[in-house]
Design a protein around this ligand. Sequence first.
Ligand SMILES: Nc1nc2c(ncn2[C@@H]2O[C@H](COP(=O)(O)OP(=O)(O)O)[C@@H](O)[C@H]2O)c(=O)[nH]1
Ligand SMILES: [Mg+2]
Length: 328
Amino acid sequence: MNAHVTAENTVGSSVLSGRITRLDRGWSTVLLDDGEIVRVRNLGVEVAVGDFVEVSSDYERVERVHVRRSALTRRSSFEGARGARQIVASNIDVVFVVHAVNGAVSQRRLERELVLAFDSGATPVVVLTKIDTVSTEEAHVVKESLSQVALGVDIVLVSSRTGVGLDLIRAHSPAGTTVAFIGASGVGKSTLINALVGHEVQRTAEVREDDQRGRHTTVAAELIALPGGAWLLDTPGLRAVTLWTSGIGIERAFRDVFTVADNCRFRDCKHLDEPNCAVLEAIEAGTLSAARLASMRQLVAEELSVEEEQIERERAEDRRGFRRKKPQ
Ligand SMILES: Nc1nc2c(ncn2[C@@H]2O[C@H](COP(=O)(O)OP(=O)(O)O)[C@@H](O)[C@H]2O)c(=O)[nH]1
Ligand SMILES: [Mg+2]
């Protein structure tokens, strides 16, 4: 850092704003507002793909990260980072939760994905792909089954092969918004992304291994411009779905259970064997599915265990900090 740059910073004329499109150990790739792409250090700041940032005017490092309007978060997969969280993608408006209509469509998996999406602060939209492989009736049955757990969430049916339904995806991705796709391997995410972009930006299951060599640089961008003016964020971290905790996701994804629970006699009813439990009564009466309560329980238990890990981690960090602060 030299005096010249410091002087520029004081007058505020040389702040470079942009957005992080890619992260590699200690380095951020930033798409600046003027379209230039720079690679800068990100030491000392917590950054995520999708962050809006300011870069120092000497193009050296990320100086400031703007407040995130949403963040997809998971437990860190890094060695030695038990209990730590990792933001895998930020500032996303819509999370498309993708399932293949002809695959092993699972309500339980969808519930988990919706919790994650709601937790991030983004709006989830369910996408049923490959509808060209089934009859209209079959597609309807699958949609019906998923709609039982996707309360208040739009479900769109698409075929990347015929192009049917792509306009519905586009309608959910207006200019200026940022979208992301999550879902199991093989459901057709890459094929759908390629169809939306209009040319191949991602490898799909059909590309043979030996064709992939040398392709990597062309798919390196994790923030992809869509023709309609929206941004598509696709980062490797999105491919693994592990829960993080904030509570809000479960409440939104299981709004039916929470609504019924409002009528339980006890505020802190656990819906186990308490008297006048509205949830158990609803299950008895057949208006609420037992599988759904079990599923919610499972996710709540997972969140609790993550929370415990987190508390344990914070305690350990406090102890280390305390030792450091002690006089020599
Ligand atoms: N029939 C049909 N096949 C599809 C469609 N979308 C994807 N596929 C096929 O499904 C397989 C997995 O697709 P891919 O995009 O790689 O899935 P990803 O793992 O979610 O990215 C590939 O063989 C695709 O050609 C579709 O709309 N219709
Ligand atoms: Mg893929």
